[in-house]
Design a protein around this ligand. Structure first.
Ligand code: CAA
Length: 259
């Protein structure tokens, strides 16, 4: 990855086209500080041009995925600095959404405030039974700042989102599954194996098709239905004569596709 960047808050592991990124400041429950955003921003920029990496997995070290924005860093900020810290986080989370590769969140523990917003900016969320979710910002006299007020209602509906956002209540993994906040729940010891298997499955699919599916859903959800359908037809067509031709031919010849 970015050779110029000496990562302090992230640990990276690359294997078989899958990049596993671990948010690693366990002494502060992986709270998101400026350094985290600078590093994650640089990593995503670098990753966006890597065709050899097919899937990114994001997890946290210790008992948290991320316990929110770093309160110790925010406490001395004035209004302008607060807005800038929000804009920085929003830009990095948008870059995660815009990353060509799918991102799977492996949520090992607390995903609170900015940590829940980080999970929301990933494409698929898998939670350990130890995970806890919530948007407790109102308890601190704050609102979410990394687009939680926008992504959460789009994902789970405005009633369920407002319930979490207004009460600051934490929910466990099973409740998060019921709400549609996560797609799967696993035993803690099985989390990385299950996510690894999901990542490997995605990495074995047509690589162009995988990227285009993500782009179509992301762009479609942010825009207009008809424009999304029109882009779908165009990108569907773009796979004929190349990757799609091989995939369909392989099916008919009863052999694995060679991407
Ligand atoms: N920022 C900075 N430090 C944090 C932190 C955070 N968000 N969350 C935890 N920590 C630190 C604690 O201060 C503590 O540090 P010390 O050991 O130096 O005292 C260490 O991490 C361990 O935390 P606890 O002792 O509190 O651990 P616990 O197991 O007793 O409690 C917890 C766990 C319930 C998650 C609790 O730490 C907690 O409530 N954390 C804050 C959660 C929160 O309010 N998040 C929202 C932040 S605001 C935000 O995110 C705004 C935004 O959208 C932009």
């Amino acid at each position: 990855m970015d050779c110029a960047m000496n990562y302090e808050t992230l640990k990276l592991e690359e294997k078989d086209g899958i990049l596993t990124v671990t948010n690693s400041r366990p002494q502060a429950l992986n709270a998101l500080n400026t350094r985290f955003f600078v590093e994650m921003g640089a990593l995503l920029k670098d990753l966006s041009v890597r065709t050899d990496i097919r899937v990114m997995v994001l997890t946290g070290e210790g008992k948290a995925f991320a316990a929110g924005a770093d309160i110790a860093e925010m406490v001395t900020m004035d209004s302008k600095q607060g807005s800038e810290f929000s804009l920085l986080g929003q830009a990095v989370f948008q870059a995660m959404e815009d990353l060509p590769q799918p991102v799977i969140a492996a949520i090992n523990g607390f995903a609170l405030g900015g940590g829940c917003e980080l999970a929301l900016s990933c494409d698929v969320r898998v939670a350990s039974t130890l995970a806890k979710f919530g948007q407790p910002e109102v308890k601190l006299g704050l609102t979410p700042g990394y687009a939680g007020t926008q992504r959460l209602p789009r994902l789970i509906g405005s009633g369920a989102a407002l319930h979490l956002l207004l009460t600051g209540d934490m929910v466990n993994a099973d409740e998060a599954l019921r709400l549609g906040l996560v797609q799967k729940v696993t035993a803690p010891e099985a989390l990385m194996t299950e996510v690894g298997a999901m990542a490997a499955k995605i990495a074995s699919m047509g690589p162009k098709a995988v990227r285009l599916v993500k782009r179509l859903v992301r762009q479609g959800m942010a825009g207009d239905f008809k424009a999304g359908c029109s882009l779908e037809s165009e990108l569907f067509g773009s796979l004929f004569g190349n990757e799609g031709a091989e995939g369909m031919k392989a099916f008919l010849e009863k052999r694995p596709a060679k991407w």
